[in-house]
Design a protein around this ligand. Structure first.
Ligand code: TUI
Length: 309
């Protein structure tokens, strides 16, 4: 299945792994790239040198293309933005902001830049600034989200820009992938299904929460402060939403969630920690290798798209 994205990135299949905070480290990124997709290291809130180490470890594990996601709300974003240039990373995606100020530096280093956007306005701005593609991420996604759904956002972004569009949010099998292609996407970004991949280092408790999740088990914290984050409902989200309704400030609530993602991913505390996951968690019911996930998605999507053409 050749598209402008497989050509641009030099990958076999149009499947990109989400650059998920704490989850998307070098084991997962190299496994996805080895399986023919694009693996991503999630810079998240990590300092530049940690990301540098992850980049080097990924290179030891795969000679195939991989990328780094720069989380723009991170206090280390400036550092990580330089590290990707110094380490010769070929592909950068960005999240949770506007990467405009890094664009020239990345483009002159020959990096393919793919901002994640949640609106048509940002997609157009990024195309003007020289982006090679955009990820249009719907509100079904886990983690930090926008307002529009994948079904409505993807075709509107496709109509608004000439660069290729990657669809994200609620896509975890070949049906979702085929649907995204019908909307005009030329690749998909998959997060939640890769969280439960065999190569993913997240705590077993976290994987089991996703595997056992039902369709309506996710909720969104932080809407009232303009920092909406989708995660699975637990004691932490119940307390957060209660305090939010009581009008507590963003700073007080941040204190509650500080380190909460690490608590869930690394320590396996899925009661007090943040279990970020997308709405499609309810459909994900087993742990598989990245290769099994990608092969299965490709076979299903190709069969469906053959019938549709
Ligand atoms: O970035 C993501 N997803 C993330 S980042 C993350 S780490 C985190 N942890 C705790 C609290 C906050 C973040 C977890 N998940 N996805 C990409 C994405 N970007 N979704 C939405 C956006 C976005 C939203 C607003 C991009 C730009 C924007 O406005 C840009 C502007 O300044 O106009």
């Amino acid at each position: 299945m050749k598209t402008r994205i497989t050509e641009l990135l030099g990958i076999e299949y149009p499947i990109i792994q989400g650059g998920m905070a704490w989850v998307a480290e070098y084991h997962l990124a190299s496994a996805v790239s080895e399986a023919g997709g694009l693996g991503l290291i999630g810079g998240a809130n990590a300092p530049g040198d940690v990301v540098r180490d992850y980049i080097r470890k990924t290179k030891e594990r795969t000679s195939k293309p991989f990328g780094v996601n720069v989380m723009l709300m991170s206090p280390y974003a400036d550092d990580v933005a330089k590290v990707v240039v110094e380490e010769g990373v070929k592909v950068v995606t960005t999240g949770a902001g506007n990467p405009g100020k890094y664009m020239d530096m990345w483009k002159s280093a020959g990096i393919k830049v793919i901002p994640v956007v949640a609106s048509v306005a940002l997609a157009k701005m990024m195309e003007k600034a020289g982006a090679d593609a955009v990820v249009a991420e719907g509100t079904e996604s886990g983690g930090h989200i926008g307002e529009a759904t994948t079904m409505t956002l993807v075709p509107q972004v496709v109509d608004a820009v000439k660069i290729p569009v990657i669809a994200a949010g609620g896509i975890a099998d070949g049906r979702g992938m085929a649907a995204a292609f019908m909307l005009g996407a030329e690749a998909v970004q998959v997060g939640t299904r890769f969280v439960v991949a065999k190569e993913s280092i997240v705590h077993e408790n976290y994987k089991q929460r996703i595997i056992k999740a039902k369709d309506i088990d996710s909720t969104v914290t932080g809407r009232s402060h303009g920092h909406p984050v989708r995660c699975l409902r637990n004691q932490m989200t119940r307390e957060y939403v209660k305090l939010e309704q009581e009008g507590k400030s963003f700073e007080e609530l941040e204190y509650l969630t500080l380190g909460a993602l690490r608590k869930a991913v690394v320590d396996g505390d899925v009661t007090h920690g943040t279990v970020m996951a997308g709405q499609i968690a309810g459909m994900i019911n087993k742990e598989q290798t990245c290769k099994e996930i990608i092969d299965e998605m490709m076979a299903q999507a190709e069969a469906l798209l053959k019938g549709a053409r």
